[in-house]
Design a binder for this molecule. Structure first.
Ligand code: FAD
Ligand code: MLT
Ligand code: ZN
Length: 485
């Protein structure tokens, strides 16, 4: 994909300094001459697994500036990697080679918010947490929440179609994003920034950019439906004696909590131990964790505290009193600090895993009933290859979004090595295919899984994806080598 593309030259950098303000151009080339190490954070992904060699990072402040940059790159056939908060977990946000990095970090203004409809229109570079803070005084919340909220950007969330911790309640971005503004790969601005709830005027083009991982254009503005803030939220961590209880528990919890259930999140014992080891949330008491094979975090969000607390208390009583209890115990948050601490045990697993070692992260859709089997089979496989030891793979663990059938299978190693890689792939993808699952439930394809697409998509689908890419980006300048090989 790179054979017809050109590297950035000094004269391109000179041109960029004419389009943008001086502080918005970082380049190791003349006339800017930024020191190489200042570009490291843009060239390296969150996991430290993927590294690019870009010489030039551009940080436009307006859609028009984005358009001018892209037009120039299109004419010169210079490849571009759009970059948001650089928290992506599949190597999509950093260059494979020396592509220009187009960072949206300087586009971080809220354009409008309507507290009646809850419709928010914002620059793509707004950080998710800052949008959450922006709508909070109006009693609204963003329809998505994820562990990376302090750094990821709404444009990055839309580009990866991020799922996260609230999908069970608020659905996917394919539903809550109402409109987008996109700079197409030839520099044309596509203005679909409508804030209509209903608009059936033919093909819904914006859907193509949701989850396109920057391969079809640069998202510069997002119109999104925020949700009324729940009047009361609570959570509880349930300790389960066996994984076999997870699915029956989900059924019971759904039935008993019904409209107030807002999250049903899974962590296995290894994930819990790592979260605690690395200071994510407060450990439960020894008594509470004794004999627990895994844990489920249940969150409720409703309209009246007393009503919700009563429902949750009834649920716990029911679960503990049954002839064959599905849980050993439940630890209920008693105050906002405990609420956050319980969430941290789940949300903090990603951070904990990255502190423990180098993670191979498989973000897969498989039936919830198979989560443990998938983790155990992978661990046994690595053991049979002699790779399960302190010098190779230290832990194999599972956590994720049970309600969405999304398992995060993580293999934590001392280092990234070709042996471990070869043992894991295609092994994991074959398991996924055997369940007719997805090789990417929510993180995307990026650079990591381009070769794995056929495990989840038919030849016909992939051929259509190629045609769409060709239609939008015939010169192949937009995030080359990502999503499609
Ligand atoms: P980046 O990482 O910068 O980019 C991601 C992709 O989008 C790249 O391909 C990039 O080229 C493209 N892109 C970025 N911005 C634009 C734009 N404006 N226009 C066009 N393309 C663009 N994901 C989940 O789905 N659920 C989770 O629960 C979740 N939790 C996470 C927790 C942690 C601690 C971390 C580190 C990551 C997590 N992720 C999760 C991964 C997730 O994809 C990202 O956190 C987030 O959605 C990416 O946003 P970003 O701004 O960092 O994008
Ligand atoms: C999560 O659910 O915690 C995120 O998707 C991040 C991860 O998989 O580690
Ligand atoms: Zn996730």
């Amino acid at each position: 994909v790179f054979s017809t593309l050109n590297p950035v030259t000094d004269s391109d950098v000179t041109h960029f300094t004419r389009i943008l303000s001086p502080s918005s151009v970082l380049s190791t080339l003349s006339p800017v001459s930024t020191p190489h190490d200042e570009l490291d954070i843009y060239n390296t992904d969150w996991m430290g697994k993927y590294r690019g060699k870009s010489t030039t990072v551009l940080k436009p402040k307006t859609t028009e500036e984005v358009s001018e940059i892209v037009k120039w790159c299109h004419d010169k056939r210079i490849p571009i990697v759009p970059q948001g908060g650089n928290t992506g977990l599949v190597g999509g946000s950093v260059p494979l080679k020396d592509e220009v990095i187009l960072s949206l970090a300087n586009m971080s203004n809220v354009r409008s918010f309507d507290p009646v409809s809850g419709i928010l229109v914002a620059d793509a570079g707004c950080i998710l947490q800052s949008l959450t803070d922006y709508v909070a005084p109006y009693d609204h919340i963003m329809p998505l929440d994820l562990g990376a909220k302090g750094s990821c950007q709404i444009g990055g969330n839309v580009s990866t179609n991020a799922g996260g911790l609230r999908l069970l309640r608020y659905g996917s971005l394919h539903g809550s994003v109402l409109g987008l503004e996109v700079v197409l790969p030839n520099g044309t601005i596509l203005d679909q920034l409508t804030s209509l709830r209903k608009d059936n005027t033919g093909y819904d083009l914006k859907q193509l950019f949701i989850g396109a991982e920057g391969t079809l254009g640069v998202i510069t503005g997002v119109s999104i439906l925020t949700a009324p803030a729940p009047q009361a939220s609570n959570n509880v961590i349930l300790a389960l004696p066996t994984f076999d209880n997870v699915v029956p528990l989900f059924k019971t919890v759904k039935r008993q909590l019904s409209e107030i259930l807002s999250a049903f999140e899974f962590i296995d014992r290894t994930a819990y131990n790592l979260a605690v080891k690395h200071g994510q949330g407060r450990a439960l008491s020894d008594e509470d964790v004794e004999g627990a094979e895994c844990f489920i975090l249940v969150e409720t969000s409703g309209g009246r505290r007393e009503h919700d607390e009563e429902k949750l208390a009834d649920l716990l009583e029911h679960l503990l009193e049954a002839d064959k209890p599905l849980i050993n115990t439940g630890v209920l948050a008693q105050n906002p600090a405990q609420f956050s601490s319980l969430w941290a045990l789940r949300e903090g697993v990603t951070e904990a895993v990255s502190k423990e070692g180098k993670a191979y992260k498989y973000d897969i859709s498989v039936p919830a009933a198979t989560f443990k089997q998938v983790v155990d089979t992978t661990r046994d496989h690595l053991r049979s290859k002699g790779l399960l030891n302190e010098d190779a793979v230290k832990h194999v663990l599972g956590y994720g979004h049970v309600g969405d059938g999304n398992l995060h299978l993580n293999i934590v190693a001392k280092a990234y090595t070709p042996e471990i890689q070869a043992a894991l792939e295609p092994f994991v993808y074959e398991i996924v295919a055997s369940h007719r699952g997805s090789v990417s439930a929510e993180h995307g394809i990026g650079a990591m899984k381009t070769h794995a697409l056929p495990y989840s998509k038919t030849e016909v689908s992939i051929a259509l994806m190629r045609k769409i890419k060709e239609l939008f980006d015939p010169r192949g300048i937009m995030n080359p080598g990502k999503v499609l090989e």
